[in-house]
Design a protein around this ligand. Structure first.
Ligand code: MN
Length: 145
């Protein structure tokens, strides 16, 4: 599991001095992972990255993030399948899931939302829109695992 932690810049965090739950980024593309992680850390969020759905589900067994950025096209379990599992869990179902995907076909957004995704963002991402969507959905206080 690719993991990076950065707690020293907190510009977007509601409670900069508390212990903030991480944003979980599930993304198999190395460049996108780097991009999302850099942006999130720059805005002050702790970030945990997982390169596939299985690793993400393993992480989620013992951790409750404040937000999940979910790539849809993943090796193995898809982002849609992962989201369905997350939303079937009593502990995890309140964690916002934002789907991020290059799919831009009619009906895709509806499919992601039907799986339980709380929001949707097409790739390539716009940094300002990404920041806004993360700030809007991020939960600074989460249930303990
Ligand atoms: Mn992908």
């Amino acid at each position: 599991m690719a993991v990076s932690q950065n707690n020293h810049r907190k510009s977007d965090l509601p409670n900069p001095h508390g212990v903030a739950p991480p944003v979980l980024v599930v993304e198999d593309n190395e460049l996108n992972m780097r991009l999302f992680t850099d942006i999130l850390e720059n805005f002050g969020y702790p970030v945990v990255g997982c390169v596939d759905g299985e690793l993400a589900m393993n992480f989620l067994q013992d951790n409750t993030p404040g937000l999940i950025i979910m790539d849809i096209q993943l090796p193995g379990m898809s982002g849609v399948e992962c989201t369905k599992k997350i939303k079937a869990s009593e502990r995890l179902r309140t964690v916002p899931v934002v789907a991020v995907t290059a799919f831009a076909l009619d009906g895709d957004e509806a499919r992601f939302r039907a799986a339980g995704c709380d929001d949707y963002m097409p790739k390539p991402i716009n940094v300002a829109a990404f920041r806004e969507i993360v700030a809007r959905h991020y939960m600074s206080v989460v249930q303990s695992a």
